[in-house]
Design a protein around this ligand. Structure first.
Ligand SMILES: *Cc1c(COP(=O)(O)O)cnc(C)c1O
Length: 381
């Protein structure tokens, strides 16, 4: 069976996990900080905060940015529900913006969507292809908006000279370590930022809003700080338990060691698909521009019609190739329909979604398997 995505776990990964299991700390230990340090070094950010999932990361990033009831958050409908759900968690309203030819937020329509209530923009680097971050940032600055990148697909991607996650063009960036993503910790996520205020708040929010940092105490005990017991701590914010364990962080560190080879492999496979489908009449591919370095989380292609997509999906499945659709427009889901988002709201995203199919792409996909996928696709047409 060939699926659209799959993790790669090596002997070293297993060894790293077993070592933690035999140690004193399986959570709240030093592996967490080590993973964060390594991750921020890789992405080029000042700070990184490990969390229990990408979704938890988006939620906390919105809380750190003080997203509240009555506020609006602009994001792409061609994404996983979590990109918009984070607004709902905070009582805010997701506003959907249409996409361009590459499946990315169309920055030219941004201004039309901005109101007095807009607080956050969440660009989604769909499939691993970075959005035009400099243009989005320019608009965000003008209207004093906060940018949180949904960088879940884009670990290792670059826009112009900036590595995604370095937050050159944004306030925070969020990653996921679900097994289908570039590196995995089972479940897990990371937020990167260069802003110390956000960083400190994120650290507290991920662990119940509690701090054990003496310099941050706000109660009266502050005046007698030298006398208080080492058990003392303060809950200052309503936070969550969104921590990542040391077991998971050890796996994350070991996986991160392999990221460059993973990306290289993904790009080789994508290159092979590009060549095969470049002149195909029935298949549209997405090309990267000179400013974009695609990390290729996905390889999305579009066929001519929804009917064809349905048939090719089933044809490939019969041949043991398990593709996936990315995505059903977020506001088409029944929960959002009940919130009164009308179908037709973002027509380009809807059309894209109806014709899209993501074909297999992962680091351990063999060359013969890539050929098999290509052959089966041509056989279908
Ligand atoms: C996977 C994914 C998420 C959520 O990450 P989890 O770690 O599964 O919570 C968010 N946004 C996008 C675009 C994703 O693909």
């Amino acid at each position: 069976m060939i699926s659209y995505a799959k993790q790669f776990i090596s002997k070293e990964d297993i060894k790293a996990v077993v070592e933690v299991l035999k140690s004193d700390f399986i959570t709240c230990g030093l592996k967490v900080q080590e993973f964060e340090r390594r991750f921020s070094r890789y992405t080029g950010s000042k700070y990184a905060v490990a969390v229990s999932s990408g979704t938890a990361g988006l939620h906390l990033a919105c809380l750190a940015a003080e997203l509240e009831k009555g506020d609006e958050l602009i994001t792409s409908p061609l994404s996983f529900a979590a990109s918009a759900n984070c607004a709902l968690y905070c009582g805010a309203k997701p506003i959907f913006i249409d996409i361009n030819e590459q499946g990315l937020m169309d920055e030219n329509s941004l201004k039309k969507k901005i109101t007095k209530r807009t607080k956050i923009i969440i660009p989604v680097h769909y499939g691993g292809l970075p959005c035009k971050l400099d243009k989005i940032q320019k608009i965000a600055k003008k209207y004093k908006l906060i940018i949180i990148e949904d960088a879940v697909h884009a670990l290792g991607a670059r826009y112009k000279k900036s590595k995604i996650g370095d937050c050159k063009y944004s306030d925070m960036a969020v990653f996921s370590f679900h097994p289908v993503k570039h590196i995995t910790t089972g479940e897990g996520g990371m937020i990167t930022t260069n802003n110390r205020k956000y960083y400190e708040k994120l650290l507290m929010l991920r662990t119940h809003g509690i701090t054990k940092d003496k310099s941050k105490y706000v109660s009266k005990v502050k005046s007698q700080i030298s006398n208080i017991g080492s058990w003392y701590h303060e809950m200052q914010l309503l936070g969550y338990n969104y921590r990542l364990t040391d077991i998971q962080c050890a796996l994350g560190i070991s996986q991160l060691n392999k990221i460059d080879s993973f990306i290289k492999k993904r790009r080789e496979i994508a290159n092979k698909y590009d060549k095969a489908f470049k002149n195909a009449k029935n298949i549209e591919i997405i090309k990267e521009s000179k400013d974009q370095f695609n990390a290729y989380h996905l390889y999305p292609v579009r066929v001519k019609e929804n009917k064809t997509r349905f048939r090719i999906f089933n044809y490939l499945k019969k041949n043991n190739i398990y593709c996936q659709i990315h995505y059903i427009p977020i506001y088409w889901h029944p929960y959002y329909q009940k919130l009164d988002y009308k179908k037709g709201l973002c027509s380009k995203a809807e059309d894209f979604s109806q014709r899209e199919i993501s074909i297999p792409l992962y680091a351990s996909l063999k060359s013969e398997e890539v050929n098999y996928v290509i052959n089966k696709i041509f056989e279908f047409f």
